[in-house]
Write a protein that binds this ligand. Sequence first.
Ligand SMILES: NC(=O)c1ccc[n+]([C@@H]2O[C@H](COP(=O)([O-])OP(=O)(O)OC[C@H]3O[C@@H](n4cnc5c(N)ncnc54)[C@H](O)[C@@H]3O)[C@@H](O)[C@H]2O)c1
Ligand SMILES: CC/C=C\C[C@H](O)/C=C/C=C/C=C/C=C/[C@@H](O)[C@@H](O)C/C=C\CCC(=O)O
Length: 301
Amino acid sequence: MLYQTPSGKVPLPTKQGHIFFTCTDIECCRDWRTTEIRDPTAEVLLSQYPTAEMALNGKNAVVTGAVMGIGKAITEILLQNGAKVALLDYGEDKVFFMNCDVESEEDIKAGLKKAAETFGGIDILCNNAGILNEGLWEKMVSINLMGIIKGSYLALEHMNKLTGGRGGVIVNTASMAGIGPLPSCPVYTAVKHGVVGFTRAMAAASTLSGYGIRFNVLCPAFVQTDLFSNIPKKLGRFSELCLETQQLVEHFGVLDVSEVAEALLELVTDETKNGQVLLVLPTDEDGKGGNSYISFPTYVQ
Ligand SMILES: NC(=O)c1ccc[n+]([C@@H]2O[C@H](COP(=O)([O-])OP(=O)(O)OC[C@H]3O[C@@H](n4cnc5c(N)ncnc54)[C@H](O)[C@@H]3O)[C@@H](O)[C@H]2O)c1
Ligand SMILES: CC/C=C\C[C@H](O)/C=C/C=C/C=C/C=C/[C@@H](O)[C@@H](O)C/C=C\CCC(=O)O
């Protein structure tokens, strides 16, 4: 159902769609009947939701690690472009819509099932949940790599065209440390390289087998989030390399989460992108840096 707003026609927001509006002019809202729409605590502004013809209208998305940092920014940009979004995260006071620890296959399975049932299918999965802690390296392997593998495999059950799904796109969050080494974080580097390799192989498997799913991977440099705080405490036995890490941060600069979300949107909406590795770097005053697709050596034509 479409509703006329000052900015054009938009679908009626539903609680399931997690799309809420703030509008201070009650007159222009006279056709809007639900309390959610007038909720003053709403986060998505009407002006950010301008037209019914948005790139992701009718698309259903699932985001892991969605309640803060990059995942929150990803969630917001998907909503602003018309998608419905299920937020999967963990932690007692941070659960928004589904409590989901990506280390647990049962949790992911339940989250995806709920999203598919609530929305009527899944078109987009952002495997984004992750931690940085070289001192707890086994946990980092479990969350940052195994969590992405579990999420991708379980999502295939809903999205794979060969098993009744309608295809779609899976974007995994790796890191610039998935392309080159971050010396203070060898295990983080290893798992992020793993995420890049897994994503590229899945893209090729999907093409060869006809899953109808595109697989792409985001590789941001340093981003201003909680993960990027108290770094010395997160380096474990490599804490003596803190200064070198700080120098890298000064060299590359620090991204805002919105810049990462913009890059994610490109990977989701551009249907020519499959198996792509998108490096997201701050742009400096001389115009150096910015986003670039990484080329890898090819051994098979
Ligand atoms: N911040 C950076 O500098 C940076 C740079 C490149 C890549 N990344 C990657 O981006 C992703 C998001 O990181 P961020 O910087 O937004 O971190 P963040 O700490 O701000 O947010 C991470 C989110 O993931 C959730 N999460 C952690 N473990 C989870 C689990 N087991 N199950 C479910 N949810 C879990 C947290 O609750 C939190 O909401 C991570 O994969 C990270 O490695 C971060
Ligand atoms: C302390 C860690 C904080 C946050 C983790 C987050 O994922 C950020 C990671 C940043 C990674 C930096 C990696 C640096 C790698 C370099 O060694 C180099 O090999 C990078 C490779 C390609 C860069 C291309 C370029 O220089 O433009």
